[in-house]
Design a protein around this ligand. Structure first.
Ligand SMILES: NC(=O)c1ccc[n+]([C@@H]2O[C@H](COP(=O)([O-])OP(=O)(O)OC[C@H]3O[C@@H](n4cnc5c(N)ncnc54)[C@H](O)[C@@H]3O)[C@@H](O)[C@H]2O)c1
Length: 259
């Protein structure tokens, strides 16, 4: 259940806000009183966008992998608000790729969105936050905790996001910026990416069963369950939390390596 006033008046940027975890989190931020700037490479129609970011919010086009797009978004936010309080680096992509057949173009695109995007996002976030402080959350994955042979680029990118998050947190702490930076590690969550993964299996039942075989709790997460975690992390209830990683995975990683 959303806590109406927890993010009141805070300016929040959410990348990949058109779908899945980003969409649910943008909505949650707006429900908790934030002024939400949602961005995505695929901008929804205006009524749909308003239902995500709320009446106080705005939705802008952005390729998270593009340095020029990050500059434009930075200028937009500086011009409109003069600051940023919350950044959710969520935009991400994946696809089938094993280490024998993955093309360099596939590898580079996933790295560009998932890793370059988080780097550029954090650099932009620091520039907009360092006067007054703020909170950054980067989306990593359970794929950061083990091999991921069917999407090798994805696993490598998410592992790097986990590590980079800690570097950002330590840098900001050392500089005294008052910027916290943490990563979240979702387990199987029913979103566009997950549906695409299931669709690659010989049948939907098999695709679902593959994921559930690794998920002790026995169901997929809803995006709103990730949004609840992120809303707490960026709120003033988590002011001592930085450089940390938050797993919400239905027990998946608890079972890794179990006999
Ligand atoms: N669904 C899961 O099980 C799961 C598990 C772990 C981590 N994640 C991560 O969660 C994040 C959100 O994914 P999701 O599962 O909600 O999937 P989703 O496909 O529903 O949403 C991803 C959104 O990102 C946008 N996007 C893709 N490339 C972009 C780009 N270059 N620039 C801007 N926007 C872009 C898409 O248009 C889409 O709206 C991703 O980083 C993903 O890796 C998801």
């Amino acid at each position: 259940m959303a806590q109406a006033e927890r993010l009141k008046g805070k300016v929040a940027l959410v990348t990949g806000a058109a779908s899945g975890i980003g969409r649910a989190t943008a909505r949650r931020f707006a429900d908790e009183g934030a002024i939400v700037v949602g961005t995505d490479i695929a901008v929804p129609a205006s009524s749909e966008a308003a239902s995500i970011v709320g009446t106080a919010g705005t939705f802008l086009p952005q390729d998270a992998a593009s340095e020029a797009d990050w500059s434009r978004i930075e200028n937009e936010i500086r011009g409109r608000f003069g600051r940023l309080d919350i950044l959710f680096n969520n935009a991400g992509t994946s696809g089938p790729a094993d280490p024998e057949t993955c093309t360099l173009a596939e590898w580079r695109r996933v790295m560009a969105v998932n890793l370059d995007g988080v780097f550029l996002g954090c650099r932009t976030g620091i520039a907009l936050m360092k006067e007054k402080g703020g909170a950054i959350v980067n989306v990593s994955s359970c794929a950061a905790y083990g091999g991921f042979p069917l999407s090798v680029h994805y696993g490598a990118s998410k592992t790097a996001v986990r590590q980079f998050t800690k570097s950002v947190a330590l840098h900001c702490a050392a500089k005294g910026y008052g910027i916290r930076c943490n990563s979240i590690h979702p387990g199987p969550t029913m979103t566009g990416l997950m549906k695409a993964s299931i669709a690659r299996a010989p049948s939907e039942a098999e695709g679902r069963a593959r994921w559930m075989a690794q998920t002790p709790i026995g169901r997929f997460a809803e995006p709103e369950e990730m949004a609840a975690l992120v809303a707490w992390l960026v709120s003033d209830e988590a002011t001592y939390v930085t450089g940390a990683e938050f797993v919400s995975d239905g027990g998946m990683t608890a079972g890794m390596g179990a006999g």
